[in-house]
Ligand binder design. Sequence first.
Ligand code: NAP
Length: 236
Amino acid sequence: MTHVLVIGGSSGMGLALARHLLDRDTSVTIAGRSAERLADAATTLGRPDTLRTGQVDITREDEVRRLLAATGTLDHVVVTAVDARDAYFPIADFPLDDARAVLGTKLLGPWLVAKHARVTPGGSITFTSGVAAHRPGPGASVLAAANGALEALVRALAVELAPVRVNAVSPGWVDTPVWDVLAGPAKAERLAAMAARLPAGRIGTPDDIAEAFTAVQRNGFMTGSVLHVEGGHRLV
Ligand SMILES: NC(=O)c1ccc[n+]([C@@H]2O[C@H](COP(=O)([O-])OP(=O)(O)OC[C@H]3O[C@@H](n4cnc5c(N)ncnc54)[C@H](OP(=O)(O)O)[C@@H]3O)[C@@H](O)[C@H]2O)c1
């Protein structure tokens, strides 16, 4: 049975992807830092026969090494991890430690995963960048840089790790729990305002992005690529 690891699978896009994969009779391991969030996700997904969980902080090499030793050889790996707390500040007020934390989760964490993962030849590693690399909003300097660097990392690793395929999915604004952190009570208003701007006329859903991840996994000719799924955000 195909085995897919989703780091960030306890929430948002990663959780939606886990559900899509489990529906296709795939064995899935979801991973994240919080055991409680993982347990809640496992209850929601409800497939104890084919679902496993693993605790990991991808900013820590010892934890990444331990998780990937436990999972063994994988067919596909997806990383959707982000911690949006303290990720947006005007540059004059941006604490260096918070900037390093964003880079740790969004760039060096995925790099550590690629370093330690054992993936079947022709299998894939897919990272998650984001529209901030192309249309950064105020306060997004470090996130924009992290996403842009992640897309460069994908191209380098597609060459170095071949025949394992390495790609990124770059989402636009998607209604996930990350917005509870970013916008709090203003979430609905901010998402509606963006929906009105976008050619697609709506915000993304976690399922929109899950479908992009599964497309990248299935398409054996795709490597070193960034798949933009953002409702036309880069055009406006
Ligand atoms: N939602 C959007 O509008 C949007 C737009 C553009 C790009 N993106 C990108 O899309 C990806 C997924 O975002 P999302 O909205 O699905 O986020 P989310 O709902 O907040 O989920 C984030 C997941 O990452 C895990 N995580 C956070 N830090 C981690 C760490 N250090 N090690 C391991 N796991 C960690 C979280 O679990 P724990 O907290 O328990 O660790 C959680 O499972 C991110 O890369 C984000 O930057 C999102």
